[in-house]
Each structure stands twice: as structure tokens, then as C-alpha cells.
Design a protein around this ligand. Structure first.
Ligand code: PGA
Length: 252
């Protein structure tokens, strides 16, 4: 298998020290106890990165942020630089999540700039793309994803430093998911767009995660699709049992 599955948790703006520590410890214990044939990533809010890093020690679970600024340092009040993240022990940064594209008006150009800066600092990126409900209904899903790949993924992206997450916006936090056939169709189109941009060899090795209402009861089917190489999980990553049961259903 050329692409090892990645099970990634996006905690979003959730957890304080106490519950975040308990959650990370519970997940780390299970990951250590089971020989899962997959990689793991946990992305807590910025405030907990240092604390969660300690909980994950010795567990092989990677730590990631949910965003990053493109500048190395300087006058950017409230922002966090790539070097600040590597300094805390982060290996990854999620970039261009739809909640940032919508809430903070992040464009493909900005997402791309952030990805370049993250890669230069030694971070791997999870670059998120996905269509809105309106775009889906208008039959524009593939066109939207192609243009997001074209605009958001930097030319320096490799299969090592970049993971793509396809997250239909209408499926995030709603309990709705596309059909398996739809997911496979979009993932295959994304891989084709990656091949056009980065070459077939890179595209064939790059992981494309599915995100949007992934739960223990639908993970096995979604993640068995040929072009689905893991999951970016929001709600179900906040319950250790759900997160681990997804891994159990997929990576055993
Ligand atoms: P969800 O979120 O699993 O709660 O739908 C996924 C995401 O936004 O990454």
C-alpha cells in the first residue's frame, strides 16, 4: 500500500486544560495498546498545544495546529507563526479549513502562501478544500475542488509535506455525508487535479482525507474507497471512544 491511512482529529475551538488532557491521554493510551496500521494526528486549539504535546509523548501521535500565519514573525497581532508551532513540537498545520475560509475570508492565494511558509519551517500541512451546498446543487463540486487545488496547493507540495482534506461544507457537523460513489468520484478528480499540478508520481502518493460527519458507523465504508486515504474528524474526535472506534473499524 503506497498510502498509509491518516486518522486526524480537529478539535476546533473546544476543550480546556482538564478535558483536553483527559481526551489526549485516553487516545494516546489506546493508540499505544493497539497496533493500528495507520498514522494519527491531533489538532487541538493553539492554547492547548504545549500541554497536549506532553500527553502524546511516546505515542507516535503527531500534533498539529488548526491554522498558521505566513510570516516568520513580526507585527501580526493575534497570529501564530510556523516557527512558533515547530517550537512547540507541532509536526502539522491544518490550513484553509472551510471555517477559516468562511469566517476569516481566507482565499486560495492566502492558503497557498501559508502552506509555503509552513513547509519552509518544516511543518507538514493538511490543506482543506470542499464545496458549499449551493455549489453542490449547481453541479459545480468537481470544478470548485479543481480550482481550490490549483489555487491553494503550492508548487513545492510533496506527498511527504502535504495532505489534502476534502470536506464538503454541507457535510461538516451536520450528520450528512455524500454517497460513497460521490466521495470516490470527487477524490479521484482531486487526484487528477493534483497530477496535473504536481505530476502523477506525487499525486499517486499524496494522501487525500475525507472529512464531514465521519463517525464510527460510516468510517469503514468511506475509508475503504480507493482514493480515500484517511479522515479529518471534527465532532467524533472529541470523544476518545468514537475516535478510537473509527481507527478500530478502519486500521485493524
Ligand atoms: P465534523 O467536522 O467531523 O464534525 O463534521 C469535520 C471537520 O470540519 O474537520
Amino acid at each position: 500500500m503506497i498510502r498509509k491511512k491518516l486518522i486526524a482529529g480537529n478539535w476546533k475551538m473546544n476543550c480546556l486544560s482538564k478535558d483536553g488532557t483527559a481526551l489526549a491521554q485516553a487516545i494516546a493510551t489506546e493508540v499505544k495498546a493497539n497496533k493500528f496500521n495507520c498514522d494519527f494526528l491531533i489538532c487541538p486549539p493553539f492554547t492547548l498545544l504545549g500541554l497536549i504535546k506532553k500527553c502524546l509523548r511516546g505515542s507516535k501521535i503527531a500534533l498539529g495546529s488548526q491554522d498558521v500565519h505566513f510570516a516568520e514573525k513580526g507585527a501580526h497581532t493575534g497570529d501564530i507563526s510556523p516557527l512558533m508551532l515547530t517550537d512547540l513540537g507541532c509536526g502539522y498545520a491544518i490550513i484553509g479549513h472551510s471555517e477559516r475560509r468562511v469566517d476569516h475570508f481566507e482565499s486560495n492565494e492566502l492558503v497557498c502562501k501559508k502552506a509555503v511558509a509552513a513547509h519552509n519551517a518544516g511543518l507538514n500541512t493538511v490543506i482543506c478544500i470542499g464545496e458549499s451546498e449551493k455549489e453542490r446543487e449547481a453541479g459545480e463540486t468537481i470544478k470548485v475542488c479543481q480550482s481550490q487545488i490549483e489555487g491553494s496547493v503550492p508548487n513545492d507540495a510533496t506527498a511527504k509535506n502535504t495532505v489534502i482534506a476534502y470536506e464538503p461544507i454541507w457535510a461538516i457537523g451536520t450528520g450528512k455525508t455524500p454517497t460513497s460513489a460521490d466521495v470516490q468520484e470527487v477524490h479521484a478528480a482531486i487526484r487528477k487535479a493534483l497530477a496535473k499540478k504536481l505530476g502523477t508520481a506525487v499525486a499517486n502518493r499524496m494522501r487525500i482525507l475525507y472529512g464531514g460527519s465521519v463517525k464510527p458507523n460510516n468510517a469503514a465504508e468511506l475509508l475503504s474507497l480507493p482514493d480515500v486515504d484517511g479522515a479529518l474528524i471534527g465532532g467524533a474526535s472529541l470523544k476518545a471512544d468514537d475516535f478510537i472506534n473509527i481507527a478500530k473499524n478502519v486500521c485493524k
